[in-house]
Design a protein around this ligand. Structure first.
Ligand SMILES: [Zn+2]
Length: 409
């Protein structure tokens, strides 16, 4: 007879995710901005369940919920977040928290399992008030002055939001060095790699770095009626050509998963009857290999020099953000892969994460790993985000088994 108590209870996992979706429901998704009533109620939901896993629940002064175990032996930290993007999906965050809770419920009371899983729900992962504020606070990277200065997009002070949520004056939890063997987080993929290859589990190898640029074009502002086409130095046109040239040339130079995006474009002036003398574009590249980015960046500068040499417009490429990629721990990758082999028919693939996650913050102080489950149609940050029930259940089973293997090492 199979030993069901060893494995994740799929029906319980699905019921928990449904319960969290019932808080702050929006269509088939949720709306739970950080410190909103539905976010706080979701944290309460979690704190009420942590004792089922033998964990003592604590909500700290930045809205992190942490479940601590008194069981002797090694401890693995696991979790994700319960805040959401505005009017977004039901699994982005809750999936990882419920998997962690399930792993703790299965492993912590098991006398044959080594150690315990401790659960975390990190505050403000979606960046309503800052960037990964909850997990960054936990690793000691957020000052009181940072919190004083933080505001949401509507201008509301984070201090006011904390006070209204009943969190003012509470201490912030700090990582205890050496307490955890590492951090494991599950998340929906938010892309379509797994679905399109018929795979069930993504073993995350790295979380990509983000590099950002401001590319500016200087030409000559002039009259749109009297300046002949041959005489123009149109910065807007140079910008448009540059965008197209990037898309033509990068594929021969990039890595298999490099992505690039043009953001805000501004023409100065942007009027009907004036040839723009200046133009600017924000440009972003993501990859987990700094050498690839280095190559693409060299090429951007080469393209800029080529355009400048033609004499009509001068192009300047300025780097405004350098993002270091974060590699996950090899032992964690092996544990997830072995668990997939045992419980998901080996239908797993090692892959980088193109999105940022709390795991990249935890990885700065302890070994960290991540597991992905497929996203239907690759859709996320939208209320229609979803994952097949069967994939949610398989992911939970692989997650619990990976925790068990990590703790048994
Ligand atoms: Zn997320």
């Amino acid at each position: 007879m199979p030993d069901n108590s060893r494995h994740a209870d799929g029906a319980r996992v699905l019921a928990d995710l449904d319960a969290l979706r019932a808080i702050g429901t929006y269509k088939t998704g949720v709306h739970k901005p950080t410190f909103s009533e539905p976010h706080m109620r979701s944290l309460q939901w979690l704190t009420q369940r942590l004792p089922q896993a033998g964990l003592t629940a604590e909500t700290d002064g930045i809205g992190n919920v942490l479940g601590k175990s008194a069981k002797p032996g090694p401890k693995l930290l696991a979790g994700s977040h319960l805040d959401s993007q505005n009017f977004a999906g039901w699994l982005d965050g809750p999936l990882g928290v419920v998997y962690a809770l399930e792993a703790a419920r299965i492993i912590n009371p098991d006398p044959n399992a080594d150690g315990a899983v401790e659960v975390a729900a990190w505050s403000d992962e979606e960046g309503h008030f800052g960037s990964f504020l909850g997990s960054r606070s936990y690793v000691g990277d957020v000052t009181e002055a940072n919190i004083d200065a933080a505001r949401d997009s509507g201008g509301r002070a984070m201090r006011d939001a904390l006070r209204d949520a009943g969190l003012a004056g509470r201490a912030r939890a700090k990582a205890e060095r050496g307490r955890h063997i590492g951090y494991l987080e599950a998340h929906i993929e938010q892309g379509r790699s797994l679905e399109s290859s018929g795979l069930r589990i993504g073993v995350v190898t790295s979380i990509v770095g983000i590099w950002q640029y401001l590319i500016s074009f200087s030409g000559e502002q002039n009259h749109a009626g009297t300046t002949r086409m041959a005489d123009r130095r149109d910065a807007g046109l140079a910008l448009a050509r540059f965008c197209v040239a990037i898309d033509d040339r990068f594929p021969a130079l990039c890595g298999p998963r490099t992505v690039w995006t043009t953001g805000r474009i501004a023409l100065d002036p942007g009027a009907h009857s004036i040839i723009p003398g200046r133009a600017e574009m924000l440009f972003q590249m993501r990859d987990d290999d700094p050498a690839v980015i280095e190559r693409l960046q060299d090429h951007l500068r080469k393209m800029a020099a080529e355009v400048s040499a033609q004499g009509r417009c001068r192009v300047e490429v300025k780097r405004i953000r350098t993002g270091a990629p974060v590699m996950t721990d090899a032992g964690f990758q092996d544990a997830i892969e072995a668990a997939s082999l045992a419980l998901a028919g080996g239908k797993s693939v090692r892959m980088p994460s193109g999105a940022g996650h709390d795991a990249q913050i935890l990885a700065t102080i302890m070994p960290a790993g991540m597991l992905f489950v497929p996203s239907i149609g690759g859709i996320s940050h939208h209320w229609s985000e979803n994952t097949a029930d069967a994939d949610i259940v398989t992911g939970a089973q692989v997650f619990v088994e990976a925790c068990r293997r990590l703790l048994a090492k």
